[in-house]
Design a protein around this ligand. Structure first.
Ligand code: AMP
Ligand code: ZN
Length: 304
């Protein structure tokens, strides 16, 4: 079955079936019926299976710029961050921009950075919200969150989108609570992919740091085993793609946001993230273009 899918390219098949709606920008797709069935179904199944003991939060895909500055995202990933720019000129500036546009020139000179950025990972708004509550209780916090995320990585690779949905579980508490949560989830995550009948490999990983420091930073993450990923084949001509990640942040967010446990120590955090589009793509890749023809247990899991 998967042969017929990949013979003509998964992207072409999904566009032809209407599952994905191209917009003209790389890595920015509308979702038709079948793709929505998969991503919404995944989100609902994750909520049903794992969400019971987690506090549900939903944030829009925008974050105050000041929060990402406190977290220091622009230090490590300036190449991925999308800032929201807006017009803030007067009427004369407006006349000039319209003139520039109509002359085929750059009309964006009067656009200035606003106080908003596009959220790069669903969990980012959770830490400032929890820090605002005061000291973290002894049992810690477990939160589940989902939003569209933006990362400026235009690519012809169907699995590398600029805007995609991430469903995450976040733990905030003592170092032991954070680490145990991250480690337990690796098995839970693997079982979820088994239920979806997707082959996965668990691998140590690192984040795509920017510039010259990238090698050292990435190596540091690997040495401390801070990041693992579950990978499954999506593209025929590429190695398996990360569909889920398991992240130990140590006290990074705790320090940046002054998140403290009841005993005054800096809180540790961890998060695990499901990439809904990538898991959906894997389902189409492995089970075929038509969800109604997927293995019935997989279909039922997604249908709810
Ligand atoms: P990360 O925070 O980089 O570990 O991302 C968490 C999960 O989000 C990954 O395991 C992917 O499933 C998904 N993801 C990350 N980047 C992209 C992207 N550019 N396009 C689609 N999904 C992505
Ligand atoms: Zn996260």
């Amino acid at each position: 079955l998967s042969e017929t899918v990949t013979a003509h390219g998964l992207a072409a098949q999904l566009v032809k079936s209407g599952a994905l709606i191209p917009t003209g920008a790389q890595g920015v797709f509308g979702r038709g019926e079948d793709f929505s069935f998969a991503t919404d179904g995944l989100s609902n199944a994750i909520q049903r299976l794992f969400g019971k003991d987690a506090e549900r939060m939903r944030f829009p895909p925008l974050t105050p710029r000041g929060d990402l500055e406190r977290i220091g995202y622009f230090r490590n990933f300036p190449h991925l961050l999308g800032t929201v720019h807006c017009f803030c000129g007067d009427e004369r500036a407006h006349r000039e921009l319209v003139k520039a546009h109509d002359a085929g020139a750059d009309w964006t000179a009067a656009q200035a950075a606003s106080d908003l950025v596009l959220t790069p990972a669903s969990c980012y708004p959770v830490y400032p919200a929890m820090a605002a509550r005061g000291p973290v209780p002894a049992e810690g916090y477990t939160v589940q969150v989902q939003s569209y995320c933006f990362r400026r990585e235009p690519s012809a690779d169907l699995a590398r989108m600029q805007t995609f949905q991430m469903h995450e579980f976040v733990r905030i508490g003592s170092p032991e609570q954070a680490r145990a949560f991250r480690d337990q989830w690796m098995e839970t995550g693997r079982a979820f992919f088994q239920a979806l009948r997707l082959p996965v490999e668990l691998e140590a990983a690192n984040d795509p740091f920017f510039g010259r420091a990238a090698g050292v930073m990435g190596q540091g993450q690997r040495t401390q085993q801070l990041k693992y990923e579950l990978k499954t084949p999506i593209n025929d001509d590429a190695p398996p793609t990360a569909c889920m990640s398991f992240n130990a942040h140590l006290d990074h967010f705790g320090k940046a946001l002054d998140l403290r446990t009841a005993d005054g120590e800096t809180a540790h955090t961890a998060c695990v993230g499901f990439g809904l589009e990538r898991i959906a793509l894997a389902l189409f890749r492995h089970h075929g273009i038509n969800p109604a023809a997927w293995p019935s247990d997989v279909f039922e899991l997604l249908e709810g």
